[in-house]
Design a protein around this ligand. Structure first.
Ligand code: PDD
Length: 281
């Protein structure tokens, strides 16, 4: 395997960044993850646009042109012989002696790219059975719209889920409303049959997969109510699922041990998943 690090393709096992990298010191950086289908990146522009938004919000310099970055992403996928999987891009504010304020102007951002294969068969098998979700308090900061590498609350939430034998954690605000998954956006088909997902004016990441699915929902003539839902509403829902690059659309069949619907992946989630994969190819 190979990783791109600041202009050089290195052996993955030996690829390193400096100890004073601000990503390492302060989580002062942003990232993107693209799904790779048949060697091609899905929702390419959406992720690229969000990357630039994240960089802009944090005043990190744009490290290179979109064309150059695209070449690096494609080359990393090619060199790792990834047909199906993901490609990961991280940009940090660069390397400078540890001090909280931004480093001197002109300090080049660090750029790393990795890519790995994921088994489509395994993902499909997981989706066919559906997965368990548990809820967890959302203890994150006020700028969850920015895709930063500061993910400790997400890591703790995901691990809490895994410790309970669940696949994903849905984070919950003080009002008892679900914000989003630890690395996914959360959706339900409520007991009235309405498709619900939290609006992005609230403090969540505007998922690129979420946006893609919304287009499909409109085309399918399914009504969407873009409004937060509570944990109680989720437990009474007909269907539950979550979306993200790498996971696509993943049906959830239980929340905190409470069976959702008949305990099997629901028809809307199953349909949207199939369509998303079909269209991404
Ligand atoms: N996570 N919400 C959070 C907190 C996320 O970290 C992600 C993505 C999403 C879904 O966004 P998208 O559809 O653009 O992938 C929502 C990536 C996959 C990760 O951290 O690995």
């Amino acid at each position: 395997r190979v990783a791109y690090v600041n202009g050089v393709y290195q052996r993955h096992s030996e690829a390193t960044i400096h100890v004073e990298d601000r990503g390492f010191q302060f989580a002062d950086g942003v990232y993107e993850v693209w799904s790779v289908f048949d060697g091609r990146m899905a929702d390419f522009e959406g992720h690229m646009t969000r990357l630039h938004r994240s960089l802009n919000e944090l005043r990190i310099d744009i490290p290179m042109s979109v064309e150059a970055l695209t070449r690096v992403l494609k080359e990393t996928i090619r060199r790792n012989r990834v047909r199906n999987g993901i490609v990961y891009l991280q940009v940090t504010r660069g390397t400078a002696r540890r001090d909280h304020p931004f480093p001197a102007p002109g300090t080049p951002p660090s750029v790393i790219v990795t890519s790995k294969s994921l088994s489509a068969a395994k993902s499909d098998a997981t989706a066919a059975n559906g997965v368990a979700v548990v809820t967890h308090p959302d203890i994150r900061w006020g700028r969850c719209d920015i895709k930063t590498v500061g993910l400790l609350p997400n890591v703790l939430a995901k691990q809490a889920a895994r410790d309970k034998g669940a696949y994903e954690a849905w984070m919950v605000d003080e009002m008892g409303l679900v914000t989003e998954g630890s690395s996914t956006n959360a959706w339900i088909v409520d007991k009235h049959g309405k498709l619900r997902t939290r609006d992005t004016q609230a403090n969540i990441l505007k998922g690129i997969t979420r946006t893609a699915i919304m287009t499909m929902i409109e085309e399918e003539g399914i009504e969407l109510d873009e409004r937060p839902f509570s944990v109680d509403e989720a437990k009474e829902a007909k269907e539950a699922f979550f979306t993200a690059a790498g996971a696509f659309v993943m049906p959830a069949v239980s929340i905190d041990g409470v069976k959702i619907g008949d305990g099997k992946p629901g028809p809307i989630a199953t349909r949207l998943r199939a369509r998303y994969i079909e269209e991404a190819k």
